[in-house]
Design a binder for this molecule. Structure first.
Ligand SMILES: C[S@@+](CC[C@H](N)C(=O)[O-])C[C@H]1O[C@@H](n2cnc3c(N)ncnc32)[C@H](O)[C@@H]1O
Length: 272
C-alpha cells in the first residue's frame, strides 16, 4: 500500500491527524508526504497506522497516542494518568508571572503533568515553586518532565493542602487549575479518555474550588494571592467563596475568547 492509498482509505480522519500519524510512524517530514504519495509503506507500518487510526476513531486524544503535548512552547510527556494541558490554562500562568514578586514562594495545587509549575519555573527562574497532586502517577510524570527540562521544582503528594508544610510567613502565591466539571455534565462524554478525578468535582463542579479557597486563605501570607481557573459560568460562585473567606481585591480575568476563566483574590492584611 502507498502513502496516497492509505490516506485515501482513511479520508474520514481529519487531514491533520492523518499527516501527524504518517510523519510519526514513517519518520518522514510533512513535505515528504506531499511529494511522495507513491512511497510504498511496509506491512508492519500499515498495521501500526491502522491500529492508531482505529484509536483516533474511538475518540482517544492524539496527545495520549503521541505521548506528548506542548504547553507555552514546552514539550511535555503526557499519559492517560494526567490531564492534557489546555491552551486556556496559559492565562493562569500569565497572571501569576505578572503578579509574583521577585523570588516569591509559589504553591501549585493539582499539577498533573506539571505544565503550570514547569512553565512558571522556566519563564520565572527566580520563583521558588512547590507543586502538589493527589495522584502519585501524575507526580511521577511531572517529576520526569521537570527533570527533562532541567528545572528545580519540589513535588509533594497531598490532598489539596493537607500535607503541605507552609512557610512561616505563608505562601506568596497559590495557583490551581482544579477539577471543575459538574457530575453528569454532557461534555464529559468527549473527555472519557482523560482521568475523571482531574475533571469532575461534585454536583455543581464547585466542590474542589470551595475546598481550595477555604484551605488556601489560611496558608497565604498577608496580601498573598490566590489564582484559580474555573468554568466560564463559575466566576460568580468563586468570587462569593473568596468574599466569604475574607479575601479582598477579588477579580475575574477573561481568556482570549472573552470568557471568564480565572478569578484571583488577596488574603487579608494582618492587622496589629
Ligand atoms: C484539571 S487537572 C489540572 C492539571 C494541570 N495543572 C493542568 O493545568 O494541566 C486537576 C488536577 O488536580 C488533581 N487533583 C484532583 N483532586 C485533588 C486533590 N484532592 N488534591 C490534590 N490534587 C487533586 C488531579 O489529579 C489533576 O492532576
Amino acid at each position: 500500500m502507498t502513502i496516497g492509498e492509505w490516506q485515501a482509505s482513511n479520508a474520514d480522519l481529519p487531514r491533520i491527524e492523518r499527516e501527524l500519524l504518517l510523519t510519526d510512524v514513517l519518520s518522514v517530514t510533512k513535505a515528504y508526504l506531499l511529494t511522495h504519495p507513491d512511497h510504498e509503506v511496509n506491512d508492519s507500518h500499515v498495521e501500526k497506522l491502522n491500529r492508531v487510526a482505529h484509536q483516533l476513531r474511538e475518540g482517544q486524544p492524539w496527545a495520549y497516542l503521541a505521548g506528548n503535548q506542548e504547553f507555552r512552547g514546552i514539550d511535555l510527556k503526557v499519559t492517560p494518568d494526567v490531564l492534557i494541558p489546555r491552551p486556556e490554562t496559559e492565562l493562569l500562568v500569565e497572571l501569576a508571572i505578572e503578579y509574583a514578586p521577585t523570588s516569591a514562594r509559589v504553591l501549585e495545587l493539582g499539577t498533573g503533568s506539571g505544565a503550570i509549575a514547569i512553565a512558571l519555573s522556566s519563564e520565572r527562574p527566580d520563583l521558588v515553586i512547590t507543586a502538589t497532586d493527589i495522584s502519585p502517577a501524575a507526580l511521577e510524570i511531572a517529576r520526569e518532565n521537570t527533570r527533562v527540562h532541567g528545572l528545580d521544582i519540589e513535588y509533594i503528594e497531598s490532598d489539596w493542602l493537607t500535607s503541605i508544610p507552609t512557610p512561616t510567613d505563608g505562601w506568596d502565591v497559590i495557583i490551581s487549575n482544579p477539577p471543575y466539571v459538574a457530575e453528569g455534565d454532557s461534555h464529559l462524554a468527549a473527555l472519557q479518555f482523560e482521568p475523571q478525578h482531574a475533571l469532575v468535582s461534585g454536583p455543581a463542579g464547585l466542590s474542589d474550588l470551595q475546598a481550595i479557597v477555604t484551605e488556601a486563605v489560611c496558608h497565604l501570607r498577608a496580601c498573598g494571592r490566590l489564582f484559580l481557573e474555573h468554568g466560564w459560568d463559575q466566576a460568580g460562585s468563586v468570587q462569593a467563596m473568596m468574599k466569604q473567606n475574607g479575601m479582598t481585591e477579588i477579580k475575574t480575568h477573561q481568556d482570549l475568547a472573552g470568557l471568564d476563566r480565572v478569578t484571583s483574590g488577596a488574603a487579608q492584611r494582618v492587622t496589629e
